[in-house]
Design a protein around this ligand. Structure first.
Ligand code: NAD
Ligand code: GLY
Length: 361
């Protein structure tokens, strides 16, 4: 059975459907196919795995499918690739009502989403995420973007999809390292607003990594529920939505310092969450046992709990360039308890430095 939840955003509301075999079931797509044609945007890795299955399912439903197959990698999440999507849409004579279907991980989802936001001032977008990270995070909530040479996701738009259709079977072909990186974001939801989910993960982490179907479905649903609740409360990140960035300010600095070459985003976020937890402990909010529980769970998930050797001064300099800086002030997402994140501007610099020093190198 498929699980369905609703992202309630008034006229921009949409369902998230989670289940096995959704890719092959045109039924799941039918309500969102607003024209007789659809354009699937994917990449050279995902296309050989899933494009023909999805195309066949849509065609069985009477939808003609064209595809745009892009190169694979974060380094292609840029203006040139976006232009290529538009060139292909022009060549295909895609219309304003032709849905764009993003089939792939977060890179494809973010880029296709931004293309949909711009194409003829807004084409329908269907997200079909195929990495765990994309299934629990990037496909939900409407953040779309490409990178600028000077920074990640600097050019983008909030643009909600018409539907997020999650076939959990696609995770079977995902490299284990990518799966673990997605698990970091799953653990994040437990930490920021759902202590019961954190505890559930402590009981089911091995089942999740082994891709036990019921465990995967439950983890994806509970993650999406948490993400949807935050997005509904603060769609354009005026405040609360920033809690979704727990560990990300530290994580981005680690990714930038290592030139995006050695650390996957989720791995850097895992270390970033450890630093945030340690700052929270030093402020007297988390107990030593809370920090140990997080460390234990990340280790069982096969994620790093210590970062590379980066000087604290370099971390500060990188973090001050983060998108989350507001009027020159860095804001940190910290934890009052497991399951309760807060956004803090006034954190003593030496407390943050001490936590970073302890966790890096
Ligand atoms: P990714 O899209 O690069 O996918 C990781 C790798 O897995 C790629 O090589 C991809 O081709 C491959 N892949 C995808 N699905 C597969 C499958 N089923 N089987 C085998 N291989 C598969 O990376 P990601 O971790 O999915 O996403 C990272 C991106 O998401 C970043 O660009 C980040 O900025 C963005 N992001 C966006 C949001 C948001 O709210 N929009 C949130 C978090 C991250
Ligand atoms: N991944 C952060 C957000 O969606 O806000």
């Amino acid at each position: 059975m498929w699980r369905t939840l609703n992202v309630a955003l008034g006229g921009r509301s949409y369902p998230i459907v989670i289940g096995r075999g959704i890719l092959e079931a045109g039924d799941a797509f039918a309500p969102f196919l607003t024209s007789k044609r659809a354009v699937v945007v994917t990449n050279v890795t995902v296309a050989p795995l899933y494009l023909s299955r999805l195309t066949a399912a849509l065609e069985r439903h009477g939808t003609a499918v064209a595809s745009v197959v892009l190169p694979d990698g974060e380094r292609y999440k840029n203006w040139e690739t976006l232009q290529r999507i538009f060139d292909e849409l022009v060549a295909l004579r895609a219309e304003r009502h032709t849905p764009l279907v993003a089939l792939g991980g977060g890179v494809i989802g973010d880029m296709t989403g931004f293309a949909a936001a711009c194409w003829q001032r807004g084409a329908p977008l269907i997200q079909v995420p195929t990495t765990l990270l994309a299934q629990v995070d990037s496909s939900v909530g409407g953040k779309t973007a490409i990178n600028h040479p000077q920074g990640k996701n600097l050019i983008g738009a909030f643009y909600q999809p018409r539907a997020v259709l999650i076939d959990t079977e696609t995770l079977q072909t995902l490299p284990i390292r990518e799966l673990r990186a997605g698990v970091a974001e799953v653990i994040k939801y437990g930490l920021i607003r759902d202590s019961a989910f954190f505890e559930w993960l402590e009981h089911h982490i091995e089942g999740l990594l082994a891709l036990e179907p019921e465990v995967v479905a439950e983890a994806v649903e509970r993650s999406c529920r948490n993400k949807a609740a935050v997005v509904i409360a603060d769609e354009t990140e005026q405040g609360e939505r920033a809690i979704l960035n727990l560990g990300h300010t530290f994580g981005h600095a680690i990714e930038t310092a290592t030139r995006y070459e050695t650390w996957l985003h989720g791995e850097a976020v895992a270390v970033g969450m450890m630093i945030a937890a340690e700052v929270s402990w030093r402020l007297g909010w988390l107990t030593e046992n809370d920090v140990a529980r997080l460390e234990g769970l990340l280790i069982r998930a096969g994620l790093p709990v210590r970062g590379p050797q980066i000087a604290v001064e370099e971390m500060w300099s990188l973090m001050r360039g983060d998108k989350k800086v507001k009027e020159g002030q860095l804001r940190f997402v910290l934890l009052k308890a497991i399951g309760k994140a807060v956004i803090c501007a006034e954190v003593p610099q030496e407390v943050v430095s001490a936590a970073m020093r302890h966790r890096l190198g």
